[in-house]
Design a protein around this ligand. Structure first.
Ligand code: SF4
Length: 415
């Protein structure tokens, strides 16, 4: 959750980078309805929904005179949950939130059919106070993983036309962006809805060709089984494509992957990581993993734990399974909460061990870093570095002199 200083339109974002980009776009359109606070919710876990409701109550207590508009996936999927809150002035759906007229209607709930309504692409780009620019190039999802509620909030998969993306990239570069992050719901589905147009690999190449002065291009989460051959080529031959991929793996057990309705097997994941490492030896993988999916046995969980080593995953996002009402997994036999919690803890510990090993290997190296707020910076492989006294948004060279188990410690190289 990111809160900004109160202003005409205050936006509080939960969840993914796509929500972040849309949050910025809403700041530009919502002002038609006066001084208000927009709470842009996430529906991925029950905890995310609980935190949003808690934030709404706090924000109203802190500024009773400001209207609160709630939007985002949780509001789109369960509008009644937020409409029932006295603190809430309006509930908007995920398509309506980018339409200035929807903010000004007298109706309290404006949530349309996300599968029917065309999507207005948020003018992406430089995120205020942030070092990198996020571009939403894909939205929605055509898959139906059994634990996931997102397609019901985001609709069918659709891609931003390449011409519009290249224009947005040009704007970002003109504004001085050092790094652009391509984001979406199912990014690797990019271009499927164009029929013959470019897929993700082709798009990456087109962006780097069109923006020769852009130092860094990064991808948000991808599905390893959906990547195209051009994507692997780009990772091999384009040094400005950052050597960091966050994989939506979810489990390391084939039976659980089947019950999740995922499209890859454990062997596919291992093969993908090995193949990318062959063409780009400095690549680093992060992954989303779910602990405690219904019917997961100890043996099945051990397979997920072992995957951390077998793919040498360093940046883990571990989710303790949370049944989402309306999904098939919510109707499967659930594990006991303490079992889920224990497995999530063990997975996080495995991730910490793997990260510490990666950090140790970096000590003594000289790296190019992109500086951020708060005396930190990021290496190309997204590893965080403590680097003192350098203003944000700069590309600098630094020698890695140590690590604290969570991040590296860098010392600025003076040219
Ligand atoms: S690919 Fe699966 S997990 Fe990802 S958004 Fe689609 S349904 Fe959800």
């Amino acid at each position: 959750m990111n809160a900004v200083a109160p202003r005409r339109v205050e936006v509080v974002n939960f969840g993914c980078r796509l929500n972040l980009v849309e949050g910025e776009a809403m700041r530009r359109v919502a002002g038609v309805a006066g001084d208000l606070t927009v709470v842009n919710t996430c529906a991925v876990t029950g905890e995310a929904v609980r935190q949003a409701r808690q934030a709404i109550r706090r924000l109203k207590r802190e500024a009773p005179q400001r209207d609160i508009v709630v939007t985002g996936c949780a509001a789109h999927i369960r509008p009644e949950l937020f409409a029932a809150m006295p603190e809430v002035a309006k509930v908007l759906g995920n398509a309506e939130k980018l339409d200035p007229t929807a903010f000004a209607t007298g109706r309290r709930v404006e949530v349309g059919d996300i599968f029917a309504r065309p999507y207005a692409w948020p003018a992406g780009g430089e995120i205020e106070g942030r070092t990198r620019a996020f571009l939403a190039v894909q939205n929605g999802c055509d898959h139906r993983c059994t634990f996931c509620i997102i397609p019901y909030g985001r609709g069918a998969s659709r891609s931003m036309p390449p011409k519009e993306i290249l224009a947005a990239v040009e704007t970002c570069v003109e504004k001085g962006a050092k790094e652009i992050v391509l984001t979406g719901v199912d990014l690797t589905a990019y271009g499927r809805d164009f029929g013959g147009g470019p897929k993700l690999g082709g798009l990456v190449k087109a962006i780097l060709r069109a923006a020769p002065t852009l130092p860094r291009l990064r991808l948000s989460s991808i599905d390893c089984i959906e990547t195209d051959a051009e994507f692997v080529e780009a990772m091999q031959n384009e040094p400005r494509l950052m050597p960091h991929l966050h994989l939506s793996l979810q489990s390391g057990d084939d039976m659980i992957l089947k019950r999740m309705k995922r499209r890859h097997s454990r062997a596919d994941a291992i093969r993908f990581c090995a193949a990318l490492r062959r063409v780009r030896p400095d690549i680093v993988f992060g992954a989303d993993l779910i602990a405690g999916f219904p019917t997961e046995t100890d043996k099945m969980f051990e397979n997920t734990l072992a995957l951390v080593e077998e793919c040498a995953l360093t940046h883990l996002h571990v989710f303790a399974f949370s049944a989402r009402p309306g999904t098939p997994a919510a109707n499967m036999p659930q594990l006991a909460p303490h079992v889920i919690a224990t497995r999530a803890r063990r997975l996080r510990q495995a991730g910490e061990v793997s990260l510490a090993r990666h950090l140790t290997r970096q000590v003594g190296r000289t790296l190019t870093l992109l500086t951020e707020q708060g005396d930190t910076a990021r290496a190309g492989d997204f590893t965080k570095v403590r680097l003192r006294d350098v203003s944000p948004g700069r590309l600098v060279t630094a020698r890695i002199v140590g690590q604290d188990g969570k991040m590296l410690v860098g010392c600025r190289e003076t040219v």
